[in-house]
Design a protein around this ligand. Structure first.
Ligand SMILES: NC(=O)c1ccc[n+]([C@@H]2O[C@H](COP(=O)([O-])OP(=O)(O)OC[C@H]3O[C@@H](n4cnc5c(N)ncnc54)[C@H](O)[C@@H]3O)[C@@H](O)[C@H]2O)c1
Ligand SMILES: O=c1ccn([C@@H]2O[C@H](COP(=O)(O)OP(=O)(O)O[C@H]3O[C@H](CO)[C@@H](O)[C@H](O)[C@H]3O)[C@@H](O)[C@H]2O)c(=O)[nH]1
Length: 447
């Protein structure tokens, strides 16, 4: 059992803190946001993440998971201190290190004995060393030692608990064997692969992994745009490509591009790190440009499908950047909905979870609906931006009855083209052929 303080109780700190408690450690999750801590203490979880509330309730009841806004006291009461604060994109593209630096100062001020300081936030290479210097400079007792470790987080929102409990690997970077071993031992109950490395390489692994996944997405989106022009079907192309084990089928779903709190900011940050190091990362810059442009295809497709957008009513289904989260950070809807409104249409929007997070971020004229059906009623076209199960599984017969005109723009390629066409819809996807070829797909050799 380790005594651990997790500083920053956002998506990462709250989930990883809870999972560390679940494997038997005593965790104090702390945050400067007192409202957040007060909610958590009352059993109210401030973010939507499947399975998180149940796991928090279980571990708080067992006395393994505590919440406080007294960050200093949490540091003093722990042997391992995890940094999990935000590193948002600054105006110039690089990661804003303000919160990490604030926490490092605080750790220095409350270093009352040997501690391992572990950074879980996504940070530029060199941050471990920066944290070491700040902690050193703010130490109350200069004779007290500490080690710094980088242990980046790879969870995805929407499946964060499962990603954390069944992580592919734990990357642990440090110049101290003792600290690396302690953090490796901490991960033993997860039964995961441990990858030991130096601080700088661990920090780079996180950015490189996200940039690579973003590259796969922009690559398949570019292929989808070509498929549309030459008459191929991107879903079949990506499946056929993915069967090559060197390529793999994951992160090859074409659509309106990536959003979220990580890929947009981390690709920018890595391009900035490269620039600073004197290397022009042209490939990554093209990935970012491709993603920015991909969002614009929705209004282009709308114009193609219904002519003028002015005066029309458009149903927008899905606002969150991906299903199973209420996170709206860099969601494609934040670009697409204002564009539709600006072109003179009225928007009826539905999202099963993210509506409240979305409201302050979208134009005031947007009408929010409680169901898919309410959003579709009387609309001239329907646009899918997030593949929530209730949107993918919508009743097309009912949808057709409710809508003024049967135009469906599927920004996530999540509805079967055959099925929508059988229901009499005009279907616009991202690089799919209008109708599937019968008998296509994977077959055994004796087919
Ligand atoms: N969200 C993800 O899916 C994800 C996954 C992997 C890695 N990451 C990385 O993890 C880090 C955290 O991301 P997040 O999405 O959890 O951020 P978040 O914005 O949801 O949460 C950060 C929390 O830190 C708190 N905080 C800020 N300064 C503080 C301080 N001085 N003391 C105590 N608390 C403080 C904030 O109040 C906030 O609650 C980022 O670097 C991010 O890139 C995020
Ligand atoms: O084939 C795909 C896969 C994803 N996406 C989009 O990409 C974005 C990101 O999706 P996902 O990676 O599932 O969610 P995140 O929670 O942003 O997780 C990413 O970012 C986290 C923060 O760094 C990392 O920890 C995770 O490993 C990494 O997958 C979303 O808008 C998805 O719609 C696609 O368009 N096509």
């Amino acid at each position: 059992m380790q005594k651990i303080a997790v500083i920053g109780t956002g998506y990462v700190g709250l989930v990883s803190g809870t999972c560390f408690a679940e494997i038997g450690n005593r965790i104090i999750c702390c945050d400067i946001d007192e409202t957040k801590i007060a909610s958590l203490r009352r059993g109210i979880v401030p973010i939507y993440e499947p399975g998180l509330k149940e796991l928090i309730d279980k571990n708080t009841a067992a006395g393994r998971l505590l919440f406080t806004s007294d960050v200093g006291a949490a540091i003093e009461a722990s042997d391992i201190v995890y940094i999990a604060v935000g590193t948002p994109m600054s105006e110039t593209g690089e990661a804003d290190m303000k919160y990490v630096k604030d926490v490092a100062r605080k750790i220095g001020e409350h270093l009352n004995g040997y501690k391992i300081i572990v950074n879980k936030s996504t940070v530029p290479v060199g941050t471990g060393e920066l944290v070491r210097q700040i902690v050193s400079n703010h130490r109350k007792y200069p004779s007290v030692h500490f080690d710094v470790v980088s242990n980046p987080e790879f969870l995805r929102e929407g499946s964060a608990i499962s990603d954390c409990m069944n992580m592919d690997r734990a990357v642990i970077g440090s110049s101290s064997d003792k600290a690396s071993k302690a953090i490796a031992d901490l991960h033993a109950p997860f039964g995961t692969r441990i990858y030991l490395t130096d601080l700088e390489s661990a920090e780079m692994i996180k950015y490189a992994a996200n940039a690579f996944l973003a590259t796969k997405i922009s690559f398949i989106n570019a292929i989808a745009n070509i498929c549309e022009r030459v008459g191929a079907d991107v879903v079949q192309v990506s499946e056929g490509m993915g069967l090559d084990s060197r390529i793999g089928g994951k992160f090859l779903q074409a659509g309106i591009g990536y959003g979220g709190s990580c890929f947009p900011k981390d690709t920018f940050a890595l391009a900035h790190i490269a620039d600073q190091s004197g290397y022009d990362f042209e490939l990554l810059k093209a990935v970012i440009r491709t993603n920015d442009k991909q969002r614009l295809i929705v209004t282009d497709k709308l114009k193609q499908a219904i002519g003028t957008i002015e005066g029309k009513r458009i149903a927008v289904l899905g606002l969150a950047f991906k299903p199973h989260t209420d996170d709206m950070r860099y969601a494609p809807s934040l670009t697409i909905v204002p564009e539709i409104v600006q072109l003179g249409a009225s928007v009826s929007a539905f999202d099963p979870i993210a509506t409240e997070t979305a409201k302050p971020l979208l134009p005031e004229s947007v009408r929010y609906c409680g169901t898919v059906e309410e959003a579709l009623e009387g609309c001239d076209a329907c646009v899918i931006l997030t593949e929530w199960p209730e949107i993918v599984g919508m009743d097309l017969t009912r949808a057709k009855r409710l809508m003024n005109a049967t135009v469906l723009i599927d920004g996530r390629n999540c509805i079967s083209p055959l099925s929508v066409q059988q229901h009499g819809f005009t279907y616009h996807s991202v690089g799919r052929r209008p109708v599937n070829v019968v008998g296509s797909g994977l077959h055994t050799a004796n087919f």
